[in-house]
Design a protein around this ligand. Structure first.
Ligand SMILES: Nc1ncnc2c1ncn2[C@@H]1O[C@H](COP(=O)(O)OP(=O)(O)OP(=O)(O)O)[C@@H](O)[C@H]1O
Ligand SMILES: [Mg+2]
Length: 246
């Protein structure tokens, strides 16, 4: 479903690679958590997957579409929520959702059904006629989630989706992600909340200084780090500290 082969990216003028020969292979129906310290390369990787940044080297395939050779096919297959969604402040919530529905060509009846479903779930129905500039951070986040799910994307990809959500919304959001994979789709998200990654993800990958230093189920990571019964937090700290040594 999502495949990265030797993907590398160096920003202009930077001394080192932000992402350094990254390989990932994520099958359909998986919830994958992408972890790593600040500046590790998570956002850079995600931006390359969704087509906001071009890789310097390597190959990325989304749902069988090569992001460079068939960018539209790849983008159609993705629903993306960035770390700090910049929505259009002068649009109302419903105008924004209809814009997303138009861009992704979601037919009217299906669009209405999905909009109603998510707005009701996220308790946003009452605010949908208000300008986005009046929304709180969490409300914007929920609107962005709704907009990104309207076309029922095979790959739902999110950069730190839990930030700003209250406990109930965060719970609902996890339910939404579970439902999405139950229907045969794939979820890929970055997070710093290791408890969520531990309990919720089928597999996690840990990136450090642009390199994937561990990838697998919690069990597999325990084996890799030779720490039986350890929490993901302990494993994460151990692995990322090891990476730091010269
Ligand atoms: N637009 C940019 N121009 C130059 N360097 C950048 C740019 N964006 C990110 N970087 C650098 O690339 C590296 C990876 O950054 P990235 O934003 O991908 O990290 P991250 O894992 O998402 O971190 P965080 O957890 O803080 O969100 C960092 O060294 C960062 O300084
Ligand atoms: Mg980031």
């Amino acid at each position: 479903m999502l495949k990265l082969e030797r993907v590398a990216k160096k920003y202009k003028g930077a001394g080192r690679y932000a992402v350094h020969y990254l390989d990932l292979d994520i099958p359909r129906g998986e919830i994958f958590g992408f972890l790593g310290p600040n500046g590790a390369g998570k956002t850079t990787t995600i931006k390359m997957i969704v087509g906001l940044l071009e890789p310097d080297q390597g190959k990325i395939q989304v749902n069988g579409f090569d992001v460079t050779e068939d960018p539209v096919g790849a983008k159609r297959s993705c629903g993306f929520v960035p770390d700090n969604p910049e929505l259009y402040p002068r649009l109302t919530g419903i105008e924004y959702l209809n814009l997303m529905g138009d861009v992704y060509q979601v037919p009217g009846d299906l669009r209405k059904k999905r909009i109603d479903y998510y707005l009701n779930m996220f308790e946003l129905t009452g605010a949908v006629g208000d300008l986005i500039q009046s929304y709180s951070r969490g409300m914007r986040q929920k609107l962005a989630l709704t907009g990104a799910l309207l076309h029922n994307p095979p790959l739902f990809i999110l950069d730190e989706p839990m930030v700003g959500l209250d406990p109930k919304s965060s719970h609902l959001f996890k339910e939404v992600m579970r439902e999405h994979v139950r229907e045969g789709n794939t979820v890929f998200f970055s997070t710093h909340v290791l408890e969520v990654a531990e309990k919720f993800c089928d597999r996690v990958g840990i990136i450090h200084n642009g390199k994937l230093i561990a990838c697998g189920t919690l069990e597999e990571l325990r084996e890799q780090s030779q720490q039986e019964d350890s929490s993901l937090e302990k494993i994460f700290l151990q692995l990322t500290e090891e990476g730091e040594r010269p």
